[in-house]
Every structure is written in C-alpha cells, then in structure tokens.
Design a protein around this ligand. Structure first.
Ligand code: SF4
Length: 399
C-alpha cells in the first residue's frame, strides 16, 4: 500500500474494554443561551447535580480504566459555574488523567481562570467558533460581543500552552462561513478543528439542518481543508467513509469529480476557500474509529451514563453502578459497538465497521439508535474501488 495513503486510526487496545474519551457534563448551569445547545442549559445549577464527593468518586472510576488513560473532558452548561472546578481538575490530573474542558465564553472565563486551571493540571480546552464574523457567531450564541471575546480567549489559551480545539456547529445559518473559519484556524492555530453536524436535540431542534447532499459536500470540503488544518467531525461519522474514498482516489491520482458526487455547496465552499495550500494525503490527520458507546462515553450532570451527549438514553447511573461495568457490559453499549446490529443502509454498508453513522441522529430521528444515519447520502457498494476500500478498512492504523 502507498505509504502516503492514510488509514482510519483506531485505539491500540480493545475498545470494548475501555473508552478512548470520557465526557462529563459537570453542570447544566450556564449564562449563555446558544441556539444549538444540546443541554438546553439553565442559569442555576440543578440541585440534583453530582456533589463534590460524588465527582471525586467519578474521577476515581475514570482513572480505574488504567493506562492509557482516557481523555477526560469537562463540559456543561458552563463548567466554570462549578465552584469546585479547579479542585476537580487538580484531582483528575493527580490521577494521571489528561484533562480538557469546554467552557462558555462568559465573564467567568478570564486569563486568570484559565491560568488557574492550567496550573491545576488542565491540558486542553475547546472554544466554539460558529461564524467567521461577529454577526453570525453572536447570533448563534445569543449575546453580542462573544465573537471578539472568543478570539481573545483563543490567544490567551495558546499563550498558556494549552492545546486548543475549535468547535463549529454547521447549519444552514453559517454554512457559507466555513471557509472563513477554516482560514481563522489556519492563521491562529489549533490542535483540531471539530465540525459538528447537527443532532436536533435541546435548543438545536429549531435550527436548519443540512440535506444529506449538502452534508456530503461539506465533508469533501473538509477533506480539502485537511491539507493544513487537522479536521475532525462530531456526529458526522461518514467523514471516515469520505476520507477513505478520497484517500484511495488521491493514491491513484484520480479526480473525485469523476467518481463521486460533488455538488454546488462543495463548489461554493471550495471557491471561497481559495487560496488554500494543496497537498497529498501525507499531511492529513486521519479520523479516529470511535463512535457513541464505542470508545466514547458521556456522563450527565446527575450521573447518568449514556453513549454520547446527543443520545439521550442512559445505560445506568454512577450513583448506583460502576462506570466501567456500564461501559463494558450494558446491553445498550454492547449493541452500539456491534456493526452487525445496524439497520438500513448502515447495516449493508461496507464502511460500517469504521463509520457506523451517527447513532445519536438515528435515535433522535427514528427512535431506534441502530437505524441508518439519515444525514448520509451514500448508497452502499457504489464506490468503484471496493477491494481497496475493504483492504484499507481492515488495516486501520493504530492511533
Ligand atoms: S451508510 Fe452508514 S455506515 Fe455507510 S457511510 Fe453512511 S453513515 Fe456510514
């Protein structure tokens, strides 16, 4: 196989025994009112959220997975609404967990609070950038001035030597801003640009979803962006299929126009992206083979354990059951890890062992988390290099 071709990465251990990433919603309290908020966050903390003592026990359970420790992400609501946040970060760092957090850009997020958390052991943070200009971003976030503050915090985080992930939720409202955001990420630098494909949950129920064809176009655009910006998708698992197909075409020096359907959204995004460095597959970072319940676990502010933050079904609660047990042995998680259980096109698809589609979207649209992902346009078996695709999927690279 051509050494330049990139394979989907996968963890070096049995993904059924331990997660790659643990996301804990430390609180639902938040002072913002973002248009796409999964949690439909509220101003005051839920009295039922995990206490400090329960939170420390949770951290012990995450640490109990042992090395290599999962990435431990503290999300919200706004994590800074928890008075004990610094102590929790410090405790998790002492237990050798790589800790990241995803704050809301409110007056609580200051250079001082970032430095305090960095000194406590924080390694990374994510920031939401949903528009390339204040008008688009601030209308998403519900407050004017948020865009400018986000840009300043981005710089502060980098000056504090924190790794920064930029998150963008893509809807019809900000689709045309994607090239501008890509340029901002290239200019300002980030570990990853994570593009989230909407699951219509919480406040996001009212946002304009892309069509499957538009979604496909955005994924091809993201593949092109990947020459110089490390891109990942959230709830857009079929990017792994697009990545594999484009990588195979690159290897043969073939144009995607001849073998894949690239529509007007792709062409508009691509034109707006120029000038952009060209490159071959050698410079790209391949996506990771993780999905809801498969390398991924979400713990709610009250301790419910779910396959993702967008899959509102709990396998159990850490107040009464061990996290590791729920991840390894619950029927919900085991089913989601088994591609043979998938239905519709995802069930027939040759990419389902590395893609599998968004289980969260399938659940939210059909009520059955094993159904096909309605945002994927692919007809299984239609890509003309099936043997190469199978070989590449079978030989996924170790992360
Ligand atoms: S049909 Fe399902 S498994 Fe296949 S690429 Fe689309 S989302 Fe992924």
């Amino acid at each position: 196989m051509d050494s330049r071709s990139k394979k989907i990465r996968h963890p070096t251990y049995d993904i059924g025994t331990r997660p790659f990433i643990v996301i804990w919603e430390v609180t639902r309290a938040c002072d913002l009112a973002c248009a796409h908020c999964r949690a439909a966050a509220m101003q005051r903390p839920d009295p039922a959220e995990l206490s400090t003592a329960e939170a420390l026990k949770l951290i012990d359970q995450v640490a109990a997975f042992g090395p290599p420790s999962p990435l431990f992400v503290l999300t919200g609501g706004d994590p800074l609404k928890r008075a004990d946040l610094t102590d929790l970060v410090s405790y998790a760092a002492q237990r050798h967990l790589p800790v990241a957090f995803s704050p809301s850009v409110t007056p609580l997020l200051t250079p001082e609070s970032i430095r305090r958390l960095r000194d406590a052991g924080l390694k990374a943070m994510s920031l939401s950038v949903d528009g390339a200009c204040p008008e688009v971003h601030d209308s998403f976030r519900g407050f004017s001035g948020t865009f400018d503050r986000t840009m300043k915090i981005w710089e502060t985080a980098r000056n504090c030597d924190l790794k920064v992930q930029i998150n963008t939720t893509v809807t019809r409202l900000n689709l045309s801003d994607l090239p501008g955001i890509a340029h901002a990420v290239k200019r300002l630098g980030a570990l990853t640009w994570s593009v989230f494909f909407l699951v219509q949950l919480g406040r996001g129920t009212n946002l304009a979803q892309l069509t499957p064809a538009e979604c496909e176009d955005v994924m091809h655009f993201l593949y092109d962006v990947g020459t110089v910006v490390p891109v990942k998708t959230t709830e857009g698992h079929h990017f792994k299929r697009v990545f594999t197909q484009r990588s195979i075409l690159d290897r043969h020096g073939l144009s995607p126009d001849e073998f894949l359907t690239l529509g007007p959204t792709y062409r508009a995004l691509r034109a707006a992206l120029e000038p952009w460095p060209q490159g071959n597959s050698g410079g790209r970072r391949a996506p990771m083979d993780v999905n809801a319940g498969k390398g991924f676990v979400f713990i709610s502010h009250t301790g419910d354990v779910a396959p993702s933050g967008f899959y509102p079904v709990a396998a159990g609660n850490i107040r009464s059951q061990a996290l590791g047990e729920l991840y390894r042995d619950s029927d919900l998680f085991r089913q989601l890890r088994d591609p043979a259980r998938l239905g519709g096109r995802c069930g027939r698809c040759e990419y389902n062992s590395v893609c599998g589609g968004s289980r969260s979207r399938a659940f939210n649209v059909t009520g059955n988390g094993l159904e096909e992902d309605p945002l994927c346009a692919y007809q299984p078996g239609s890509f003309p290099f099936p043997q190469e695709a199978s070989a590449m999927i079978a030989s996924t690279a170790a992360a």
